[in-house]
Design a protein around this ligand. Structure first.
Ligand code: AHR
Length: 502
């Protein structure tokens, strides 16, 4: 495009020049900040952080979360915040088709086995292609290392009621071991308890522990699941997750043991109100499926749980792992408080000298990218594919945040405004919106060199970090990555950025 044509085009398109200077002149404010020493921010991961189990043992924290696959993983770190960058170590992979798939709700408990203390790793798994065959399983470690190696030990079930069984956990009370789990009966997913003769065998049938009875336990579906024993002084509690996990109102309830027959539901008094739930003020939704751990010096009690950043994020990979300290009320019951915001500086557990290895992502106003070639069309994402089309709903699909480049802070990465931690990513020449996974491949494919527009220096073009001379480009309404050669292609690879008025 000749210079004269270019000027007339820019002038003809009205405000682009002003908008361009106004926008381009905005020096990119840092979009991250370092957390103060001795503190960290939630979450501990940015995807697939559901149903977390976290414990501190022999100088290290260990964390495992729902994988949803045929593999189980464990992370190990000397500091709590170090779990954010700790490698996901594979500790078990299953090939038996009867229990191959959909692995959920990992928990690992150090219990007395026939050859001494062993880690018993409880988890839920089923068959490929369906969730109807989810059952409770347990692995046994070779020694006392939580990293394993592990061997498959058993499927845990009550022969008289052998069916759907998830979220298995164990509780030691009155010198006995009990298995806690959740199962459907009619329209209710109920909590059950059964006695155990050893960490992998039930010694009696299951008994009802509780089922949804209050409205706050019935949001979406009548669900009580994720039972977790908590003991303090002479009191024993079972903290459980209530309501459908895909709703924002997934939350924690509490049963208090009143001293009767442990297997009798009447021995467990239910709190009429939830004990931990969403905080719209802190942008924490669907907090639940928790665990408990102690600080390194054993003086503090902490809760680990999963939650979503946004309403409607559902019961899938967007659930991330969060932790916070909790206290005890005068009556001996736990006080979990309110789920803290991801912008809160959380002081390390007592005895933990770590510093947050990741900078905090600051809230940054959104921007839109209009096509220079057709100002009525904007970059957006639809079913994870990046497109260039007319503005539509949800408006958030057309809004992005420019962050420091994941592969090079001098470059940029383009994060979705309504899907935090998801970035525009080059995948074989097509651009997708993909959730950050911490790998180098992701970081390089989601990093771009921001340059003056190929069709207008007052606009912008984005050159691939991994493929020099290839740019983000509109091809028939889809965002691709290729080297523009014609004036039309240069215009299709040129975009005008504008702030989104909050
Ligand atoms: O996250 C997978 C399953 O979803 C968990 O095991 C259960 O608590 C929830 O229903």
């Amino acid at each position: 495009m000749k210079k004269q044509q270019l000027i007339s085009t820019v002038v003809k398109s009205g405000l682009w020049l002003i908008a361009g200077f106004a926008i381009l002149s905005v020096a990119y404010q840092p979009t991250t900040a370092q957390t103060p020493d001795g503190s960290f921010h939630n979450p501990l991961n940015t995807f697939e952080g559901a149903d977390p189990w976290l414990t501190y043992y022999d100088g290290f924290y260990y964390l495992s979360t729902t994988s949803g696959t045929s593999q189980l993983y464990m992370q190990k770190s000397a500091t709590l915040s170090g779990l954010k960058v700790a490698k996901q170590e594979l500790i078990y992979a299953e090939t038996d088709p009867s229990r191959c798939c959909n692995m959920w709700a990992p928990e690992f408990h150090l219990l007395d086995g026939p050859d001494g203390k062993r880690w018993y790793f409880y988890y839920t798994a089923g068959t490929n292609g369906t969730l109807d065959n989810q059952h409770s399983h347990v692995l046994e470690s070779a020694g006392t290392d939580p990293m394993g190696p592990y061997t498959y030990k058993a499927r845990i079930f009550d022969p008289a009621n052998d069916g759907y069984s998830i979220d298995g956990s164990v509780m030691q009370l009155n010198d006995n071991l009990y298995f806690l789990f959740s199962s459907w009966t009619g329209d209710f997913q109920k909590l059950y308890i059964a006695p155990m003769s050893n960490p992998w065998t039930l010694s009696g049938s299951r008994h009802l522990l509780t089922q949804s009875q209050y409205s706050w336990e019935k949001v979406g579906l009548n669900v009580t699941e994720g039972p977790e024993a908590l003991q303090h002084g002479d009191k024993t509690f079972i903290i459980y997750s209530a309501s459908f996990c895909a709703t924002d109102d997934y939350k924690l309830g509490m049963l208090t043991y009143n001293g009767g027959d442990v297997l009798d539901t009447k021995s467990w008094d239910k709190s009429p109100e939830p004990v931990f739930q969403r905080s719209d003020e802190n942008s924490v939704y669907a907090p639940g499926h928790n665990g408990f751990f102690k600080s390194p010096d054993g003086t503090e009690d902490w809760i680990v749980y999963h939650a979503n950043d946004n309403p409607g994020d559902g019961c899938a990979g967007k659930r991330t792992t969060r932790v916070q300290k909790f206290t005890w009320n005068a009556d001996g019951t736990p006080n979990f408080g309110v789920p803290v915001s991801i912008t809160t500086d959380i002081t390390n557990p007592s005895g933990d000298t770590g510093n947050d290895p990741l900078p905090q992502r600051l809230p940054v106003p959104g921007v839109r990218f209009a096509s220079f070639a057709d100002p009525t069309k904007f970059i957006n994402h639809f079913s994870q594919r990046a497109r260039v089309s007319k503005l539509g709903e949800p408006a958030g699909d057309f809004e992005f945040v420019i962050r420091e480049g994941l592969a090079d802070p001098k470059a940029v990465s383009i994060e979705s405004k309504n899907h935090p931690n998801s970035y525009l990513l080059n995948r074989n020449g097509n651009v997708w919106l993909a959730q950050f996974d911490g790998t180098d491949d992701f970081n390089t494919a989601a990093t771009w060199w921001q340059k003056p527009g190929l069709a207008s220096p007052d606009a912008l073009s984005f050159e691939s970090f991994v493929k020099p001379d290839a740019y983000l480009i509109n091809v028939n309404g889809f965002l691709n990555v290729k080297a523009p050669t014609t004036d039309a292609e240069k215009a299709a690879a040129t975009f005008v950025m504008s702030d989104v008025k909050e």
